[in-house]
Write a protein that binds this ligand. Structure first.
Ligand code: AMP
Length: 611
């Protein structure tokens, strides 16, 4: 009985196993590792998955579907040969096919599968993925975040110890950039960012338009069928340019005829807008994570579009970091899953390897909307991308005069209006009837990696407390496990302020405040205030980092050395500063004509390009 890992991709899916002391990909019946995530139902109502189904996308588009992963967990169904199928059912066909390939290749039964999901997948989408496994008739042992799996692959292949990676996952239609920390036996996704509408198909579009323009035609004016043929040719040209500096394609349609050649340089030039968009999530993730660019050891390339030479060159120029590709960037996640499966089968290892995580969605409550009472706003308490476990709180007040009760609705999501998020539960909190805004409640959310959300409410005037625990039932925790997890949460709920080391800093700062005057005193007041704010954010790693830095500053002040070396704005802006310097340094460092061409194109703003 084997344990396998499945990378259930939007465009292609892969399956891996750990054997012969390493992670190995399992080939399909064509001897290929990539199985297109495409499903077709034929006249005899047989399900065809993979390469053969992909061929039928053009011939019989009505009975063939692809890119359904994007709708995973959403209320959407696809019509195929008269039947309606949800994205998880279509994914189940893919899983089933991969598992059959694995059975055939390994000549043994599959005991468990581990499936990777994007780090930003919310609860509903994760549940839908698990359900896809269940529908396929396999036991889904665990869902692993794709960047964690990619980082694991890099770490194992490169035999590295503690390290921080940037995982750059550039697929057919999405870009996900994550910062992943590997420390001892913990792999943790520290921050994620991305663009859900940027991928290889954007290059295909740009190239298709370029081809038509070169042949004196307008892409928009072609028939749908001709457009899809030109797009296929454009994709071929793009792939050739991942190997060669220059490539060409020929078209022989009634509407467009001729041969067009394209160089890598020209590709960068016509895709300036795509490069410009690519930069944004990179900036964002560096800004959101707890690390500086210098701390990052490598960029792990994931996804088909990371194979593009122009993309990897751009990343290298932009970040000046070594790039890791496990041979083929669209195999990286599967490779990591194979390593994970190996650890899982050797029980002793897996116990050590705890994958900590980030919260892929925000958690919060509804708040009064004066202009539309029936449509309250969503007020996040734990914001998306927070490092787990986390405990944070916020204050809320009454909205009406003499209000006796506050009804708190708890939501998960990132939508502006509460009702557009996922409703998790409700609490009624009694308050004193007083003028609007005068009754105040403190709402604390504590959330851990296992999906247990603890909500604690305290009414300031009466000191009455309320508590509610929301459990992600899909995890199927036993009572004992649940108890254990909840005990862990209770430990976490300790106010960071009450922790001894933080208390020490506060006491020291207050003592120094009392002892000093003038500028030094104001400076210490600033430190107390700032540390307070950092504590209230509840981010343990940040608290520790700041505490260490502040301790040095306070110790110096105590020793009579008035060291004003800590500037909170400087701290907050450090990462931005590095970002700003990227392009400048590129301009200075690169001087050949060819490289300058890249940089000119990359730094050109999209609007300028269009003018
Ligand atoms: P993924 O969603 O990760 O499977 O990525 C699919 C995207 O990668 C599609 O847009 C492909 O055109 C693109 N892709 C795959 N192989 C290559 C290659 N060798 N060079 C450039 N793009 C590629």
């Amino acid at each position: 009985m084997a344990i396998v890992g499945i990378d259930l991709g939007t465009t292609n899916s892969l399956i891996a196993v750990y054997r012969n002391g390493k992670s190995e990909l399992i080939p399909n019946e064509f001897g290929e590792y990539l199985t297109p995530s495409v499903v077709h139902i034929n006249k005899d109502k047989e399900v065809i998955v993979g390469k053969s189904a992909k061929e039928l996308l053009i011939v019989d588009p009505d009975n063939t579907v692809s890119v359904f992963k994007r709708s995973m967990g959403l209320k959407k169904s696809y019509s195929l040969r008269g039947g309606k199928y949800q994205p998880e059912e279509l994914s189940a066909f893919v899983i089933k096919k991969l598992v059959e390939d694995a059975r055939r290749e390994l000549k043994e039964d599959i005991e468990e599968v581990i499936i990777s999901v994007p780090a930003y997948f919310d609860d509903v989408r994760r549940k839908a993925t698990k359900r896809a496994g269940e529908i396929a008739g396999v036991k889904v042992e665990r869902l692993i975040n794709e960047p964690s799996a990619a980082a694991l692959a890099c770490r194992m292949e490169e035999e590295e110890e503690d390290c921080i990676y940037m995982v750059f996952d550039f697929g057919g239609g999405t870009l996900d950039v994550s910062i992943v920390e590997c420390f001892d036996n913990v792999i943790s996704v520290n921050a994620v960012s991305g663009d859900n509408h940027l991928g290889g198909s954007d290059f295909d579009d740009v190239i298709a338009k370029y081809i038509c323009k070169e042949l004196g035609k307008e892409y928009k004016k072609l028939s749908k069928q001709d457009q899809s043929i030109v797009l296929r040719k454009a994709e071929q040209l793009k792939k050739k340019l991942s190997v060669d500096r220059e490539a060409e394609i020929s078209l022989d349609l009634d509407a467009v005829k001729g041969t067009v050649s394209l160089t890598q340089e020209k590709l960068v030039e016509i895709s300036a807008k795509i490069f410009s968009r690519m930069k944004k999530p990179i900036r964002q993730v560096l800004n959101d994570c707890e690390f500086r660019l210098e701390d990052i050891s490598k960029i792990v390339l994931v996804g088909g579009s990371s194979k593009m030479t122009v993309v990897s060159m751009y990343l290298y120029y932009l970040l000046q970091k070594d790039l890791f590709t496990s041979g083929d960037s669209d195999e990286t996640v599967a490779l990591g899953l194979g390593y994970y499966a190996g650890m899982k089968s050797r029980n002793e290892d897996i116990r050590d390897l705890v994958m900590t995580d980030i919260c892929p969605f925000s958690l919060g409550v509804d708040t009064h909307n004066e202009s539309d009472i029936a449509n309250p706003y969503f007020s996040p308490i734990i914001s998306r991308n927070s490092v787990l476990p986390i405990s944070k709180w916020d204050y809320y007040t009454t909205a009406h005069n003499n209000q006796r009760e506050i009804e708190l609705n708890i939501y998960q999501g990132d939508e502006y209006y509460a009702k557009n998020n996922i409703h998790l539960g409700k609490m009624s909190v009694k308050v004193k009837p007083r003028p609007a805004g005068e009754e105040k409640i403190k709402v604390r959310f504590t959330y851990d990696i296992n999906g247990i959300l603890d909500v604690d409410v305290e009414v300031e005037s009466t000191r009455m407390t309320y508590q509610k625990t929301i459990v992600n039932k899909e995890l199927g925790l036993s009572d004992k496990e649940l108890q254990k997890q909840m005990e862990k949460l209770t430990e976490l709920k300790k106010d960071p302020k009450s922790k001894e080391e933080n208390q020490y800093l506060i006491t020291l700062a207050n003592a120094l405040y009392r002892e000093t005057s003038g500028d030094v005193r104001n400076y210490i007041a600033g430190i107390i205030d700032y540390f307070d704010r950092v504590l209230s954010e509840g981010n343990e790693a940040k608290i520790e980092h700041i505490r260490k830095r502040l301790m040095v500053v306070l110790s110096n002040i105590e020793a009579g050395l008035f060291d004003f070396s800590f500037d909170e704005r400087e701290y907050e802006e450090e990462e931005y500063e590095e970002e700003r310097m990227f392009i400048d340094s590129l301009r200075e460092e690169l001087d050949t004509d060819e490289e300058q061409l890249y940089i000119r194109s990359l730094t050109k703003e999209p609007d300028e390009e269009e003018k």
